[in-house]
Design a protein around this ligand. Sequence first.
Ligand code: FAD
Length: 432
Amino acid sequence: MSIKESNYWLETLRESPKGSAGPLPESVDVAILGGGFCGLSAARTLAKRGVRVALLEAETFGWGASSRNGGMVLTGMKLAVPTLIGRYGREAVQRMYAASLEGIDLVEQIVREEVIDCHFSRCGHLEVACKQAHFDAYAEAAQQIRREFHHELRIVPRGELRAEIGAEIYFGGLVDETSAGLNPAQFVSGLAKAAQRAGACLFDHARVRRVSPQTAAGTRTFRVETLRGTLMAREVILATGAYTTGTTPALRKKIIPIGSYIIATEVLDEELARELSPRGRMIYDSRHFLYYYRLAPDNRMLFGGRAAFFPESESTVRESAELLHHGMIGVFPQLRDVKVEYVWGGTLDFASDAMPHSGKIGGLYFASGFAGHGVAAATWMGAKLASVICGDVDDNPFSKIAFPGAPLGLRSGNTWALPLAGLYYRVLDWLT
Ligand SMILES: Cc1cc2nc3c(=O)[nH]c(=O)nc-3n(C[C@H](O)[C@H](O)[C@H](O)COP(=O)(O)OP(=O)(O)OC[C@H]3O[C@@H](n4cnc5c(N)ncnc54)[C@H](O)[C@@H]3O)c2cc1C
């Protein structure tokens, strides 16, 4: 296979957003570390509300997970509803679920208001059952979601699955019509331009090396040192996701960085594309070690998974191409002779409780732990953090829950135990 080791989405960008060329301002109201969905959404909201904001991105805008993902804008959270209710109680979980739906609405609203050409579409998502027992559990899950959140899911028995997917290996499916799909690189690029239009100053290649609190005349501020100079900020937002470094050690200790990889085929002809995914859904399977896949707007099949648990490197990306190709043919034998043209990887930001988190750590605002739901959740959390900084009541249900540290060996910067975690989930998938 001769495959380009690069992110297909980036090749669809007509023009990448450009950062400010000049020096950093001496001081701002808010400095944001990280230019993905979370940081850019916060910057847009703050600037629209008249706050002086500087966003500092170590690489280029969207360089992190935000331009590398599957572009699935999904309802719900990672964990099953009974687990969530057992942990946080019914009322809190109802607000969390509502937030997940609001996140999708917010993405749609931003796309519309800012006229972002990113192929946003409410195409719905399809979860497919890898075992009969997984399918049997769908009825109960759908009922619970209807009862607790008044949200409708549709069960698709095996005999009717053909209308949803051209694969024979699954035991049935569960459809949620509310979810959406988009081109993440185009969305993040549009979000950056929108933040700039609103008045935010965005600086790329401005890695932050140190954030230190200072107090002068009874007022606390932060000195933010970057590769492009230093600025003072009244408040700081950490929106560094899975790419959080030792610059902010307290947050880094909380994050488990998990690699995820995607291959993209050559453009499929219309007939084959419709056979594989007649309704153009965002699709994922019911395993812990799951595959997720979708058609790109130009009819390539994008097929992703945790082929390696380690964050991306040249070797994990290369190995993932083989593994994902094998996985894709297992699902869609029709793609046996179709060329794979791209492979890339990125790092997901997991908390050890598999929940998103937001709030303050060491005096700095943060939002992280979006796992595979960051397109909607990171966009929503960024906007929420901004509104709290502007003085609005904090009604974010994820800012009220405890944020556990990541176990040793799994935390960002020290991930020797990640393959063991991968093995654990493979065994779990085999057993359950
Ligand atoms: C392969 C893959 C597939 C995925 N698929 C989906 C999906 O289909 N649907 C979904 O909802 N989610 C998906 N996700 C998850 C989603 O992409 C993330 O949760 C989301 O993008 C996180 O956004 P963010 O803004 O928090 O972080 P990021 O987009 O990762 O941005 C963080 C930024 O911080 C910068 N940074 C780090 N340290 C510093 C510093 N010291 N100074 C300045 N800048 C710094 C980094 O350079 C980076 O650009 C996927 C993720 C991956 C990797």
